[in-house]
Design a binder for this molecule. Structure first.
Ligand code: PMP
Length: 418
């Protein structure tokens, strides 16, 4: 599971007043942050974080006046910035302003929020859907609300932080199984299923660090046999997998209703911001009336709902973009492998890691690429294990073969040198 530097772990007071414990500087995570900054300064490596973009981030981006080939943004189908998506958002702003200004239950709906939800439900072929203001918060509140102390949540070892946080909030027992290893999950459930009331299996449609995906039909068979719920997070698979971009169910040729909880985000293929859940009517009714992160949070801004609705319609009307994204992803993967780079288990769909084997090397390679006019994000420990530190390339349908060739050429040179 992905880790974040934690606030806990501060030295335990053994009694008496310790004023230093009431200062944020004494927290271990803060000290860790300073140590990393110092190491970067010593090695004269510029920080790759919080760079300021001036303009749209797609296959290219402008940072401090210089144009870069960009692999650090998951604007997979180029929806953010597309003319029809911008126009839909602008029209919604003119009509409704920039905020929904209160919770939907209390202060009422804007039609575009329901239109987006109905379009998502229809895209999946399920009863209904619900849109929330953040993808991360969607996992936290939905998992946190639906499950409790008598339940078990079992997730892929590489599940996103938001799934883990939701499981922790729920108070359920939380276990993980080795990445994509359905046989290990089956074995685990055979051992412990009897100890719990309800069980949730949480997996992702496409894993955002490795770019690989699960065998969905196996997980469906296992969840049925063990009487469990199955949740699939499609943050990175909507718009990426399946002939028309409908995600992993379309890719695997499976009826979407076989999965109990579909989750996704509006921040990638859907050119906006927010999260969604799609599924059966009882599930969506329950969440619409009770999920704290929906009920006690503002409604999705009409402009963002309109942008995501337009992006979804654009995706469904333009399968050629989905096909191009796939073709460019496969091309990147093939060329990277031919150059002797370690691309891990990537299946060549939109997310391609280049594993450097150490955080330091990931930082150095990212900097060298940046100097060559290429923006690619390094991933360090503790986001992944130290030996799995990497650069991560998000491919967009608009990336050209020339941009990919130029990038692989720099990577091949760096690889040859180390
Ligand atoms: N789930 C997964 C698998 C993710 O990768 C992310 C973030 N990229 C999220 C959920 C959270 O989504 P958001 O960034 O839209 O809040």
């Amino acid at each position: 599971q992905r880790k974040t530097a934690s606030l806990s772990g501060a030295p335990r007071s053994t009694g008496g007043l310790k004023p230093e414990l009431a200062r944020f500087e004494t927290l271990p995570a803060y000290q860790q942050m300073l140590a990393m900054q110092e190491m970067r300064n010593r090695l004269d490596i510029e920080s790759p974080f919080f760079r300021v973009h001036d303009g749209q981030a797609g296959d290219t981006t402008v940072i401090e006046g210089r144009s870069y080939i960009n692999f650090a943004s998951y604007n997979y189908l180029g929806s953010s910035g597309a003319a029809e998506v911008n126009a839909a958002a602008k029209a919604a702003i003119d009509r409704y302003g920039t905020s929904a200004s209160a919770s939907r239950m209390v202060a009422g709906e804007r039609p575009v929020q329901r239109e987006l939800e109905q379009a998502l439900a229809s895209c999946y072929g399920v009863d209904d859907a619900l849109a929330l203001v953040s993808g991360h918060a969607t996992n936290v509140t939905v998992i946190g609300y639906l499950f409790g102390p008598n339940d078990l949540i079992v997730h892929d070892a590489l599940a996103h932080n938001s799934i883990v946080q939701g499981a922790q909030l729920s108070g359920a027992k939380r276990l993980s199984f080795p990445h994509n290893d359905w046989a290990a999950l089956d074995e685990l459930l055979s051992r412990v299923r009897g100890e719990y009331q309800r069980v949730l299996i949480a997996i992702e449609g496409l894993y955002s660090m490795d770019g690989d995906y699960p065998e969905l039909e196996r997980f469906i068979e296992i969840k049925r046999r063990h009487g469990a719920f199955l949740m699939v997070d499609e943050a990175h698979s909507l718009g990426v997998l399946g002939a028309t971009g409908r995600g992993i169910a379309e890719h695997a040729g499976i009826d979407s209703r076989e999965v109990d909880i579909w989750m996704g985000t509006m921040s990638k293929t859907l050119g906006g911001c927010g999260g969604y859940i799609a599924g059966s009517q009882p599930l969506i009714d329950l969440l619409r009336h009770f999920a704290p992160g929906f009920l006690y949070s503002v409604g999705l801004s009409p402009a963002l709902a309109a942008a995501s609705l337009a992006s979804l319609q654009r995706m469904l009307a333009g399968p050629e973009r989905v096909a191009r994204l796939r073709e460019r992803g496969r091309y990147f993967l093939k060329q990277a492998q031919a150059a002797g780079l370690d691309t891990g288990h990537s299946a060549g769909y939109a997310v391609i890691p280049v594993i450097t084997g150490s955080s330091l090397k990931a930082a150095q390679w990212s900097n060298a690429l940046f100097e060559a006019g290429i923006n690619a994000q390094p991933i360090f420990y503790p986001a992944v294990e130290e030996k799995a530190a990497r650069l991560r390339f998000f491919i967009c349908s608009t990336h050209t073969v020339e941009q990919i060739d130029a990038t692989i050429a720099v990577l091949a040179r760096l690889n040859g040198r180390s």
